[in-house]
Design a protein around this ligand. Structure first.
Ligand SMILES: NC(=O)c1ccc[n+]([C@@H]2O[C@H](COP(=O)([O-])OP(=O)(O)OC[C@H]3O[C@@H](n4cnc5c(N)ncnc54)[C@H](O)[C@@H]3O)[C@@H](O)[C@H]2O)c1
Length: 328
């Protein structure tokens, strides 16, 4: 029986950094676009009494010979526990269970790292300001991640709850010293002067708050928060104004309400969207061609990102002799 490396939440905090994860997500999106991976769409089991949902996200990284699945609970309103999850990693050749890695930080960091990787190829090189719409975990991580790929001087932050903005400001003051942090009363105020806009709210319905006419020429938008076919953060006017890219076509067609609600209404055509951002990274798909156009990266979050982040953590833990080896 082989031994399995258990990597705790605390150890993940020590090992998984945005700095390491951004290039890992670039490699992963490239592999996805080149067909070097196998991946299934997210499956979910809802539990009506608590509102908790079990989510399963499997994928294989063929060139790294690993396979696995994020298995996580999306906490419902009546849940007693905070969201918990794991990523079991297996060797595709031997079938050995290599590691079990906590998933909480993986979700936060890989999502912001993926947006940063996409922003790096799509945003103007001189982008220096960011609007964060939704000041939760993803909002904070996105502000920090954007600061790692561009010379960010200003971060505008808006949320439906001013207390969330205050809490994010406290954290970002430490994480982004020297950057001007600007709390905003409205989404429009946050967006109108921003070179990069990240929509990262936990909205679940079709009540978009970002309007196309607010966007500055040359801006780049990361639409992150709406992850179901029925939810939207951005109005059709945003989709119409932007050159549109996404993470994975199959998941986008099922779960990206931001794009698919206007497609279903006949307001835009899916064929008008550019394609997967990984293809821009390989040079096989056109990206931004001038400083005037507005680009949009629509991301649902795909399982291969979780497996790649778990692999990164496993390899660092093994190299540094950290974690606990057990015989399962
Ligand atoms: N695309 C991906 O890969 C991916 C990955 C992980 C999470 N997500 C999504 O990102 C979203 C944010 O996650 P999080 O962990 O930061 O959540 P969070 O609960 O920490 O923060 C969400 C914030 O959004 C605010 N908010 C909710 N609805 C709003 C609205 N209509 N207008 C303005 N503010 C609003 C809340 O007040 C809260 O501060 C969730 O919807 C989650 O499903 C996406």
């Amino acid at each position: 029986m082989n031994k399995t490396l258990i990597v705790s939440r605390e150890l993940c905090r020590q090992l998984l950094t945005l700095n390491d994860c951004i290039p890992a997500m670039t490699d992963t999106l490239i592999s996805a676009s080149k067909g070097e991976i196998k991946m299934l769409q997210r499956s979910m089991i809802p539990h009506e009494t608590s509102g908790n949902m079990l989510a399963i996200m499997p994928a294989s990284l063929l060139n790294h010979h690993v396979t696995g699945s994020k298995v996580t609970i999306f906490s419902g309103p009546k849940s007693r526990a905070t969201a918990q999850g794991i990523v079991p990693l297996f060797d595709t050749e031997t079938g050995a269970l290599l590691s079990i890695v906590d998933a909480e930080l993986i979700t936060v960091i890989r999502t912001a790292a993926t947006s940063a990787a996409a922003t790096d190829v799509l945003a103007r090189k001189d982008a220096s300001s960011v609007a964060i719409l939704g000041a939760g975990n993803q909002g904070r991580a996105h502000a920090e991640a954007m600061g790692l790929i561009r010379d960010i001087k200003k971060v505008y932050i808006w949320d439906m709850f001013p207390a969330a903005v205050e809490a994010a400001l406290e954290v970002l003051k430490e994480k982004m010293p020297g950057v001007e942090l600007i709390p905003c009363q409205t989404a429009e105020e946050a967006v109108k002067d921003a070179d990069i806009v990240c929509t990262v709210t936990s909205t679940k319905g079709d009540s978009p708050f970002l309007k196309g006419e607010w966007l500055k020429k040359g801006a780049h938008v990361n639409a992150v928060g709406a992850c179901s076919g029925a939810a939207r953060e951005i109005e059709t006017s945003v989709v119409k104004r932007c050159k549109v890219y996404y993470d994975w076509k199959e998941a986008t067609m099922r779960d990206a309400g931001d794009l698919m609600i206007p497609v279903r209404a006949g307001e835009v055509s899916f064929d008008d969207f550019m394609g997967e951002v990984g293809s821009v990274m390989t040079g096989s798909l056109e990206g931004r061609v001038n400083d005037e156009e507005i680009t949009l990266f629509e991301t649902i979050g795909i399982s291969v990102e979780d497996i790649a982040a778990a692999l990164l953590i496993f390899e660092k833990a093994k190299a540094q002799n950290l974690g606990v080896w057990v015989e399962i």
